[in-house]
Design a protein. Structure first.
Length: 297
């Protein structure tokens, strides 16, 4: 069989749908790729590339990379038709994207894989990705809430707490990206200041700063008619700080008129247990963030 990795085209849509239909058929999870594929193709350009692998005229896999900073790339949507696994098509697409990103100055590529996705994790490691961190979603419901501790919209205090927090260590300094939906990137002081100017930043005060969070966007919940307020990260010192931080998130989301929230929190026993304690409605499983060194790509 003859295979080719090439730039994706809108005409590939039907083949792409066929590819993803069987990828997660053993899970009660909808694949987002069919909903976004057309947008991916139309928005490809200098900072984004979507590729497919074509075998004898039929698309059997797809993948996308986007530049999220001057040295970071994010890779997503790695899919290979189950009937064509084991032939190296995923590695071929990733090789193409790694070279593309490296040529544009990226020194690291990151991706996220659900913790239950053994095939995806194995493929990522085979391609040169290494586990970097793990996170879970907290989903406190929007509503009127009065934090039990002062919560200030102070990016300087939030940055100070972030730099010394065990949450930053657990996440290797990585949070949700400020521009690219469903992507991770390093949180910098400049990015946090921009979120303070354009979205919202929270710092829990009380004998020093004891927690922080930052809103990154409002978005649609894929596959539903719900809207979400999405927070790039949330981390805190103890249960009192967690309670105040999530109450601030609830109140913030309520003022936005959204249906729900999604907060990126470290996957540590303490953070998950304390989020559950303050009724922040954590997701059923963690997601792993992985990184690949592109300096030798």
């Amino acid at each position: 069989m003859s295979s080719t990795v090439r730039q994706a085209r809108e005409a590939d849509y039907e083949d792409v749908v066929s590819v993803v239909e069987g990828v997660w058929d053993d899970r009660e999870t909808d694949d987002y790729v069919p909903d976004v594929f057309d947008d991916w193709v139309r928005s490809d350009g200098p900072s984004q590339r979507t590729v497919v692998v074509e075998v004898d005229g039929t698309v059997v896999g797809l993948c996308q990379a986007a530049l999220v900073s001057d040295h970071e790339a994010y890779v997503q949507g790695i899919r290979v038709d189950p009937a064509h696994r084991g032939a190296g098509y995923g590695l071929a697409m990733l090789g193409d994207l790694f070279e593309w990103a490296s040529d544009r100055g990226a020194t690291v590529a990151r991706g996220m894989v659900f913790s239950w996705n053994d095939a995806g994790l194995g493929q990522a490691v085979a391609a040169g990705f290494r586990p970097e961190s793990a996170f879970r979603w907290a989903r406190p419901e929007p509503g009127e809430a009065e934090p039990s501790m002062p919560v200030e919209r102070d990016p300087t205090a939030a940055w100070s707490y972030w730099t010394r927090s065990d949450g930053r260590t657990a996440l290797s300094g990585v949070t949700l990206d400020t521009e690219q939906t469903w992507a991770v990137a390093e949180l910098t002081r400049e990015r946090l200041q921009r979120l303070a100017d354009e979205q919202a930043v929270f710092a829990v005060a009380g004998s020093g700063t004891r927690g922080m969070a930052c809103r990154v966007r409002t978005t649609e919940d894929a596959g539903t008619d719900r809207t979400l307020a999405e927070y790039a990260v949330g981390t805190w010192e103890d249960t009192d700080a967690a309670d105040a931080l999530f109450d601030a998130v609830r109140a913030d989301a309520a003022t936005l008129g959204v249906d729900g929230t999604r907060v990126f929190i470290p996957e540590t026993p303490r953070h998950v247990a304390e989020a559950a304690y303050v009724r922040a409605n954590t997701s059923d499983w963690p997601t792993f963030a992985l990184s690949a060194d592109l300096t030798g790509a």
